[in-house]
Design a protein around this ligand. Structure first.
Ligand SMILES: [Zn+2]
Length: 448
């Protein structure tokens, strides 16, 4: 007698679609970048690694398919939501992680969302929504705006009610069905997915889960449908929880609010402000037209070596507030301060280091009223006399004071300066890295 295997269960296939699989991936990649710009992505490596391991485990199920590269990011938001973009990117709100009673429930939402991706529901719905201009646009490849930009022009963007995100009841039934298979194959009890949906629909959760429920409408009898499906599955024992899940819920409960770096844990242990930002021991060379220096190779350079200014920062060091304003909270900025009268004329007199530095500090204070100048000391940079001025300011990381070290050198092109920026809580740890960067500075003697 042959036991019923997963292979005997109905295997759903993607429906009508004008997009190629590659175009699903392209749209998803562009849309994910847009999400990351607009929402507060959690940068906590413990949480990120955990979510990634769940998605990888689920992704090994044959019902997850092999076509799309799944990825997952958490969004710092107390609302209860999760969504999938075409071609692989998954997003889960911290509010949903907090709501889940066990790992299987979280895995259930992920498996459900992965099923929308695998069954290509978003682009299938988009295809049906615009059968006239869309084929031509898709045939045109990536000219112009990028695929997402062109879709937006056709009314298929990422906004609320987008056909890419708002699923039909048929798509929901399919994602439940396929998601339950993914869960079971990964060893999770599929009923937990239905239980989480039920929990979402419970009265108390509704306001915070309105978006999720609107994008994933109840196809009716969710629990019963999953129970019946389980009956057809080969019998096996399922896992619902791990010890790791309790730890992850604690991490989520103590994440700093969006825009902040640090969180406090119950056990008094303070996690590194930005684990992914920790400077690597390897250094990379900035080769500018007027100067060169080394910096940690996992930090990014923003700027053009042909210009006289550059910003070096870890990805987590660039902070965007709710109004969209971008600030450097952690990193280094290098540039020349060109006094107006010096833009044309003979090379500068280098004894003006002190007065030019004072002028620059006043200019900085003019643009940021919170800046207070502190102690000043003389050093050498690449053999030239330099001043280090310590500044305090308010940090874009909430609740933090910022410590800036402004290093100035009088150069023929103007006052060269390098500002090292960090929140006070990090300033001691980062000091050796800043010192090393400063020691590596070399001015090019015959800059054109
Ligand atoms: Zn759904």
């Amino acid at each position: 007698m042959t036991a019923a295997g997963f292979a005997d269960l109905k295997n759903l296939k993607p429906g009508f679609n004008l997009f190629s699989s590659q175009q699903d991936i392209e749209v998803g990649r562009e849309a994910a970048a847009e999400v990351a710009r607009k929402q507060s992505i959690v940068r906590n490596s413990e949480l990120n690694n955990y979510l990634t391991s769940l998605v990888q485990r689920l992704g090994r199920s044959p019902h997850a398919g092999t076509e799309f590269p799944f990825s997952v990011q958490a969004i710092s938001d107390k609302n209860i939501n999760a969504f999938a973009l075409p071609g692989g990117p998954l997003f889960v709100y911290t509010g949903l992680i907090s709501l889940a009673d066990n790992e299987a429930q979280l895995a259930g939402v992920l498996a459900h969302e992965m099923s929308h991706i695998r069954l290509r529901h978003g682009t299938s719905q988009a295809s049906k929504a615009n059968l006239i201009q869309l084929p031509l646009m898709l045939a045109g490849g990536l000219a112009g705006n990028g695929l997402l930009g062109q879709l937006t022009q056709l009314g298929i963007g990422l906004g609320s009610g987008s056909v890419l995100l708002k699923m039909s009841r048929t798509a929901e039934s399919q994602a439940d069905y396929n998601g339950a298979l993914i869960m079971a194959e990964a060893g999770y009890n599929p009923i937990e997915m239905a239980r989480l949906f039920q929990k979402l629909e419970a009265q108390e959760g509704q306001a915070r889960s309105a978006q999720f429920l609107s994008d994933h409408p109840n196809p009716g009898n969710r629990i019963k449908a999953v129970q019946e499906e389980i009956q057809q599955m080969p019998r096996r024992s399922y896992n619902t929880d791990t010890r790791q899940f309790a730890r992850i819920k604690d991490v989520v409960a103590h994440l700093p609010p969006p825009g902040q770096l640090r969180g406090q844990y119950d056990d008094g242990h303070t996690p590194p402000a930005a684990p992914d930002a920790r400077p690597s021991k390897q250094s990379k060379q900035y080769q500018g037209r007027l100067f060169t220096f080394g910096y940690p190779d996992n930090w990014q350079m923003f700027g053009n070596p042909q210009s006289a200014m550059v910003t070096i920062a870890p990805a987590d060091g660039v902070v965007q507030d709710r109004s969209g304003k971008v600030s450097i909270g952690y990193g280094a900025v290098v540039s020349y301060y060109l006094l107006q009268s010096d833009e044309i004329g003979p090379p500068r007199d280098t004894d003006k280091l002190q007065s030019d530095t004072d002028d620059l500090v006043r200019q900085l204070q003019h643009s940021d009223r919170t800046i207070r100048a502190g102690e000043q000391r003389g050093i050498k940079v690449n053999g030239y006399p330099a001043l280090v001025t310590t500044l305090n300011a308010s940090s874009p990381f909430q609740g933090e004071t910022e410590i800036d070290q402004l290093v100035t050198v009088a150069r023929p092109q103007g006052l060269w300066y390098m500002v090292f920026i960090s929140p006070q809580s990090e300033s001691r740890d980062i000091q050796p890295v800043f010192d090393q960067m400063l020691r590596s500075v070399r001015f090019r003697s015959s800059a054109q």
